[in-house]
Design a protein around this ligand. Sequence first.
Ligand code: C2E
Ligand code: CA
Ligand code: CA
Length: 502
Amino acid sequence: MPQHDSSHSQAQGLILQEELKILREKNQQLQQQLEISQQRHREVEQRLALHPISGLPTHYMMEAQIQELLSAAEKDSFHSYAFVLIQLGPAYDMVKRTMKSSVTEWVLYQLSQRLNLLLGTDDHIFHTRENEFLILRRYDEESVLTSFLTLIQHQVTEPHIFSGFNLTLESWIGVSLYPQHGIDRSALLHGADIALGHCQELKAPFVIFDVSLEKRVLEKMELQNAIIKAIEAPALKAIGHQFELYFQPKLTLARQGQAWSVKGIQAEVLLRWNHPTKGQIQPSQFIPIAEETGLIMPIGKWSLYQVVEQLKDWGETAFGEVQLAFNVSARQFRSHDLVEIFQKATRKHKTVVEKLTLEVTETSLFEDPLEAEQILKAFKNFGLKISVDDFGTGFSSLSHLHKFTLDEIKIDQSFVRGLPENPQDLAIVRSLISIAKELNLHIVAEGVETLNQLEELADLGCQTVQGYLISRPLTRAGFESFVHKLQTNGRCLELTSPLETA
Ligand code: C2E
Ligand code: CA
Ligand code: CA
């Protein structure tokens, strides 16, 4: 039936045409959408290319620019380049935390303008992170570079004045050089970053990369891994295989003619790490790493449980009078669960709480004084005594001390060292002792190494002392025999000549 056939194919043709039309329309729509999204993409890229506050090129632009510069440098082998990484220090974070965002933005804008003005036509600057800038600059000689770095530092530290506020920032600057420290982007940025880390650690105005710095970073990482190994599985108990607590006597004395009688016995608990291959590692080497990485938390928890057990054991013996001082680093102090850890550790042995003093550094208190006061109150309510360690080394002023709930201040050993000859140290120690008395705080001197120092301190009114003159830090057994000796010879300490300090 041909008629039927032709009308059928006509109908099919119409359907096809209609479908084609729909497809074309769809295609057109898709094309429009594609153009819109490409346009958006370009806008986003543009936005990403320039920092919204400073208007400087961001790290998106940096990649291409570095590549261009390095390929040009490769062809022209006479040229060297400096990669100058600048990071704003904690003062910037403080401004950010405490001021309106318009103030922070103004500070960033002003700073980027100042940095921009230092640049020559061939230099490049990037605003790589909120608080970080990178400058790429031709390098000729070290003296020219160091003057440039000093200028940067001055521009950062010069006060930023904004509607009545006078804000002062600080910076860390790390530098790497092409081709001396690397020939590709990642090696050079890595080098500048390592130098920046050292600048921060050394509190130097700037640091130029050096291979020895990388070695130090590697050593640090190695130690970090070793700490992890020492404290990891099977459990907290295993920490005791490598870590050990030492006890350094902290005695309250009264002069009796040529001798000294012991009125009170305390000891400061000091951690020692017996590394399986490296031997004993001093706290000054591993505590800062443990603090930085947070590993101080499990280590601190372990030592606290040890201390509680120790006090409980001694409580049932002749050593029951011994009190212990426990060091708490800044990170431990700030962690909100520290009070809870103390509560848990002492739950079954309530009587040990009154024998415990916490040694908190002055810097921990003054980092955030309001928060510190809350934490201190919680410790006090719990029944612990608080001592301010390394007193005089931080930035606090004595007049701020009364704001805190404290029991004791510990004069830092750097002031004790100068006694009795150094007039400045003498004046500082004298005023510390008199203020402590006014505030009704107990005062302790650490690092007492000579009889002259002890006598001077006693004359000034400081009766509690700690240092190599009395004893070096001792193992548990060593400390027990030290106390036993005191108890059996009438609590009399014969200190006739300065002990060797080697
Ligand atoms: P610190 O709390 O100021 O401890 C006093 C440091 O001075 C100890 O060093 C001690 O051995 C040393 N020392 C004591 N008497 C004298 C002396 O007469 N002359 C000299 N030159 N030094 C003396 P150590 O044991 O190496 O500890 C160093 C630091 O490591 C401690 O300083 C403390 O901040 C930290 N630390 C030690 N153990 C722990 C711990 O268990 N937890 C925490 N968070 N920190 C700890
Ligand atoms: Ca201490
Ligand atoms: Ca100290």
